[in-house]
Design a binder for this molecule. Sequence first.
Ligand code: F6P
Length: 519
Amino acid sequence: MMSMRSRCDSTPAWSQLSACFEGRGRYFDLRTAFAQDPGRYAALSLQAPHVFADLSKNLIDASLQATLTRLAQECDVAGHREAMFRGEHINPTEDRAVMHWLLRHPGADLPAAVQDEHAEVREVLDAMLAYAQAVREDAAITDIVNIGIGGSDLGPQMAVLALDEFVDQSKRYHFVSSVDGHELSAVLRQVRPESTLFLVASKSFTTLETMTNARSARAWFTAQGGRDIARHFCALTSHVQAAAEFGISTTFGFWDWVGGRYSMWSAIGLPIAIAIGPQRFRELLAGAHEMDTHFCTAPLARNLPVQLALLDLWYRNFHGFTSRSVAPYHSGLRRMQAYLQQLEMESNGKRVDASGRALPYATSPVIWGEPAANGQHAYFQMLHQGSDVIPVEFIAVKKVAHGLPEHHHKLLANGLAQAQALMLGQQDAAGHRHMPGNRPSTFLLLEELTPASLGALIALYEHRVFVAGSLWGINSFDQWGVELGKVLAKDIEPRLVSGDVVGLDASTAGLLQRLRDTR
Ligand code: F6P
């Protein structure tokens, strides 16, 4: 299916973009663009459900935006999108459909081909939310410990932090992901078996880190006198049988058509549902569905995921920018970058197309950042005066829950000022004080950070990643690159005990011996 679509570099629009870049695109100046076009802000801003986007501080104008939009048409992004929403197997290397969107679909007007799956989705959702409610009402349970990694950790952790205002504060939420024993032992120090619920979250139920932590948690539980595994352990997995073999009887399942990094809407979202409650969890799903509808129905020129992905391509493949910095101006979004790193880089960090042919152009940028008020006092120096141009994505929230308006004004003023400073620079200053400016940024603005707006924001990112992958002709839904390290670690682990270095390269052998000596 994917190989039938035109690869971006074989389209007429790509040739035109190359010509534009070699012409004035390379020298595009934001300050001149604003001076010449008083309507620029209005023309280049876009309202999607729950998310307003100001794209006007990017290195494009209306005519370039039209050419980029034509690229999306010529690559048949819409056809690819429709294939995803029909449930076709658009993940060719794993021969799977990609249907995380179905997890948040209310049910009307679904294609017949996915109606059975949707009925199963509703059934598990209802059961999981009933369980979440029961846990919320159970005063004896004070600590929820989610054991999972990657997509089985980052989404729930990010969302529980982001939605703090809505979280049941009578319980504590812990997330254990790394196999580094410091993490699990730090949590176990704080909890007691009789008041703890362990959620073992793993799509595959084989992931080394998660299974090691789950076994150690179970051993701790029984060693501390805990008896009722059925009450204190719950599994979230698409391998229900494996969870049963582990000894867990309460399991909420999901399906192989939910990618790990797209799974927070599934049973993997249980910690979120316990934290914010069933109704709020449904609002999270509803917000994401609103963004799905926008993605499916808005014309490409006014379609926010499409326009953001086109900018990503423009910067990566023409300007040659290698990274994008995410700058949330809301402390609740402090795990957003980590979440986006997996979403974008595990999805689009690929060097071959969907049929395995090497690509002649770059794909995913590096995604990085910190809550930006802190970033300003750390790495923003480089954003303003470093030798690389790094597009910045500001995320701000208009209304906040705390009663400290002065703080919020200062925070927002800083966000606006940083975007302004990146663009304007300080051209009349010389030497060390000179700031070149003309550094692009996007400003995403939420009215409030609620379950619905967070759902919409995350769905926006999911679809942007889809569109970028679609333009690049890659399969955004596999992750073969993570497998080799897992295999090698299995070989190395027993060597740490035996000291056998036969067949290892000299560096690995030397390090292994040093690590053994110091144990
Ligand atoms: O190793 C990468 C990965 O497979 C991610 O794609 C996934 O989110 C994570 O590991 C955890 O996988 P699982 O949910 O199967 O434990």
